[in-house]
Design a binder for this molecule. Sequence first.
Ligand code: NAD
Length: 459
Amino acid sequence: MINFVNVFETKLKILNTGKLLINKKSKLEEKMADTSFNPFKMAQQQFDAVAEKLNLDQATKDLLRTPDREYSFNIPIRMDDGSYKVFHGFRVQHNDARGPAKGGIRFHPQETIDTVRALSMWMTWKTAVVDIPLGGGKGGIICDPHNLSMREQEALARGWIRQIARNIGPLQDVPAPDVMTSGQHMIWMLDEYEKIMGVKAPGFITGKPLGVGGSLGRTEATGYGVMYTVREACKNLGIDISKTTASFQGFGNVSQFAVDQYTKLGGKAIAVSCWSHEDKKSYTYRKLSGVTYQELIKITNKFGEIDKAKAQEMGFEILDGNAWIEQEVDILVPAAIENQVTKDTVNFIKPSVKIIVEGANGPTTPEADEVIKARGILVIPDFLANSGGVTCSYFEQVQCNMNYFWTKEEVLEKLDQKMTSAFHAVYDLAVSRNIYMRDAAYMIAISRVADAVKLRGWV
Ligand code: NAD
């Protein structure tokens, strides 16, 4: 099964200063910009394969393979030079049988309705696999924020809300930041929504900065969540996590907190790779005695790039960028970008590896999946492993709706419970049916949504 799921999960970079942070363009994003590649067709193919295995009836298949509702609209705004320009916006609600739709808003020059459709469908499966009472949605505006002033971006954010305010909301559809949007855009959107509705509704949108409705624990959520699933996998496999070693690809938001949680659980992280902007290549930083988040973060910039010279001074071996996958460890954590465990790299994986946990979206290709399957390595698939982010966004919404905020410890404890039970549901199905973890995760997600539409009497 093709496994590029939820490729544009919210890259939540909330800056306390409220400054805009432009997210980098990923390879898959470039692929999506290629007009010959249709992500919606791919999402439908993935769905069709699982629907077949689940024996879904025709009406359920017809309902779930296309979005429930799609909105497409003009957004006219006044530019800084006094002229007027008309932009185009979308919101797609793929399915809301399990609860309000949930998903980000992208500002992207190559945005298409099919990209938004695919991403909204992937959100439906992601919220379902982690069993939070939400559906899937996605939205966007065709624009390039690099060429827009902050005032023009504010006008666009508010204009998007004016066109869609009546069709979204805390009980209908809850947006969030995504590619090239940030906490600042979310606050503008919230403000416009509240003005139109004449109410305070902080649960209308997530990804807000702390102090204006954001949740504690969101920064850590995805990386910690990744390791909560690893902890459970170790228990099931009879492995003592405190005797394990791991190698990580990436040292950005996800990987930093995955390393942190892993060492808190007693594991030894021996290698971390990341990109070097200066050298235009990646390196692996290895210390066989073990590395900690606290040690590495001191020499890492805000883009998750480790300072090579300082790392050398601190006693790290500097290896080739691909060396992270060749380490003699128990656990591999691809947590950088998509398309990394491929037919060309999969055979470098050492026989010592027992678990691969996908912190990134879509790091493993279908060909590599076949090799991993044959070797009996346990894979914790991306849309389960990295669902801590959307789960914490759900917690943000819950806290906002009741206007009462939890401590960080409370947020993380609730996150742990959700991730743990989601992992066990997928693992138990995979074992009982002797199927691959990725297939089991898809089957659980899709059957939960199929059950919800049946119970509601929609089909
Ligand atoms: P980030 O931008 O904060 O960090 C990315 C890291 O990957 C950086 O350390 C960078 O140097 C490294 N990197 C980039 N290219 C590399 C290469 N070729 N080789 C080695 N390292 C490389 O991103 P992030 O927020 O940590 O997200 C990482 C992945 O996780 C992405 O696939 C993202 O879609 C996914 N994800 C993130 C979240 C979240 O909450 N942040 C949630 C779900 C999924």
